[in-house]
Design a protein around this ligand. Structure first.
Ligand code: BGP
Length: 464
């Protein structure tokens, strides 16, 4: 069966500055650069972000490969720690300005739409040490200075802007479950950080609308959506799933698209004594500066059941999972290497949810992908990785996405994580995601079977 996609569909892939560029010539360390300096053993095989996939030096060659596999759009991010010299003043670093100018021009010269995100977990570490990072509203103001510089410098060529990648991962990783530096466990701070990031996003959008002169341009945010399905139809499991969806998905969706956080979530947080500190003026800014476009990163759903321990025993500190447990549904399909469930149908549920509950806003799949370890297992005689599992994974997700589009959801694109195998947070290079492989010792890059496959898909604008 052939599935056609809408005209001008984005066939592309996503990466980020901190995961691809390497630290070369950067003015400041971000939280991951710093974490690697102080605790290299936290990273798989002790491989850090220093070189990453060397995009800083090899971007021309890398972009040529992206063109070769037919991508018509690619997302990356501008690193705050590279573009800005003085973080308080928001003044520019010359080499940073030059670098992103050249990268953007190179994408355009190769017929690839550059999609730019401003924050991909990469807070300058000084701002954490001095102010507590996203706990602080002063940091919100510093981020807006950085954002304004980006809009002013590159707004003539960039039409698709995003403020944040996966704010929920910052909240979860840095403030609850300790998988990102600074590994704090503090529910009250986590809630404030969620609010402050939403405020930063809205203030950046407000600045964009003042600065931007290009009528074609639009701005949005990128949310990792993890639909949370209840373990049973019993009311306790339904309540658990309801809370998980409120916290994990609706909090940022509602605030970004509808301009206000969900009332029901606010009442839970207020009752538990962890509600954020907000002023009427800030809430008005959030309300007035909603997004034009949404990016959805989808990897896996949650299976949720009622909490197994009484919430009172967790009363020492507030954790959102006092309201729900992760439930290991028998028979579910797993990507064992990464430990994430594979459930492509969730992409259809997301499409319909956006259509019905979020004004059918324009959106695209800004990340989806399959992290697989030891891919050299699949090398063929010609030296190409035959990643049929990745092709199948993408096909299945596109099948459900196409069904959502057929039923009226306004999805205009699909980006795989990632064009070229890149460095990844704690995983370093264990799990590979790219259409193109990277040898981390030689930095030689080779197109995988999925790279040739997507080229055909993009060319025909259809999937078999
Ligand atoms: C997303 C991030 C990406 C990327 C991806 C794969 O959450 O936006 O930056 O890393 O996940 O996950 P991982 O690298 O942890 O395997």
């Amino acid at each position: 069966m052939k599935t056609k996609f809408p005209k001008d569909f984005w066939w592309g892939a996503a990466t980020s500055g901190p995961q691809s560029e390497g630290r070369f010539n950067k003015q400041h360390a971000n939280v991951f650069d710093y974490w690697y300096e102080v605790e290299p053993e936290a990273f798989y095989n002790q491989v850090g972000p220093d070189t990453a996939s060397n995009f800083y030096n090899s971007f021309k060659e890398d972009i040529r490969l992206m063109k070769e596999i037919g991508l018509n759009s690619v997302r990356t991010s501008i690193q705050w720690t590279r573009l800005i010299d003085n973080l308080e003043e928001g003044t520019l670093n010359e080499d940073g300005v030059r670098f992103y100018n050249e990268v953007i021009d190179e994408f355009l010269a190769n017929g690839i739409r550059p999609v730019i995100n401003l924050h991909h977990f990469d807070l300058p570490v000084e701002l954490y040490h001095k102010y507590g990072g996203w706990e602080s509203k002063h940091v919100v103001e510093l981020f807006v200075k950085f954002a304004k510089q980006c809009f002013t410098l590159y707004g003539d060529r960039i039409t698709d802007w995003f403020t944040f990648n996966e704010p929920m991962v910052i909240v979860d990783g840095q403030y609850l479950y300790q998988f990102h530096y600074p590994k704090v466990v503090d529910g009250k701070k986590a809630v404030q950080v969620a609010y402050n990031i939403q405020l930063a996003s809205a203030k950046a959008i407000q600045a964009f609308r003042k600065i931007n002169k290009n009528k074609e341009s639009r701005i949005g945010t990128i949310l990792n959506l993890t639909p949370s399905y209840p373990a049973s139809a019993e009311k306790e499991d339904l309540a658990a799933a309801e809370f998980a969806n409120l916290w994990l998905n609706q909090m940022f969706l509602d605030a970004s698209i509808n301009g206000a956080f969900p009332e029901k979530l606010i009442s839970y947080l207020t009752r538990d004594g962890v509600i954020w500190e907000a002023t009427a003026e800030e809430l008005a800014i959030i309300q007035a500066n909603t997004i034009d476009v949404l990016g959805v990163n989808f990897y896996h759903p949650h299976r949720v059941s009622r909490p197994s321990v009484s919430s009172d025993s967790l009363a020492v500190d507030w954790m959102p999972n006092k309201y729900y447990d992760e439930y290991d549904m028998p028979g579910r399909r797993m990507n064992v290497d990464k430990g994430w469930e594979i459930y492509p149908q969730a992409l259809y549920d997301i499409a319909i949810n956006i259509r019905d509950n979020y004004g059918n806003i324009d959106w695209f799949v800004s990340e989806n992908g399959m992290g697989v370890s030891r891919e050299e297992r699949y090398l063929n005689k010609e030296g190409m990785i035959e990643d049929d599992y990745r092709i199948q994974f993408i096909q299945e997700h596109l099948y459900w996405l196409a069904k959502g589009i057929e039923e009226g959801s306004n999805c205009f694109g699909y980006h795989l994580w990632t064009p070229i195998d890149c460095w990844s947070w704690g995983n370093a290079y264990r799990n590979r995601y790219g259409f193109i492989s990277t040898n981390i010792h030689t930095q030689v890059k080779t197109i995988k079977k999925s790279g040739y496959w997507i080229k055909q898909v993009a060319l025909e604008n259809e999937v078999t």
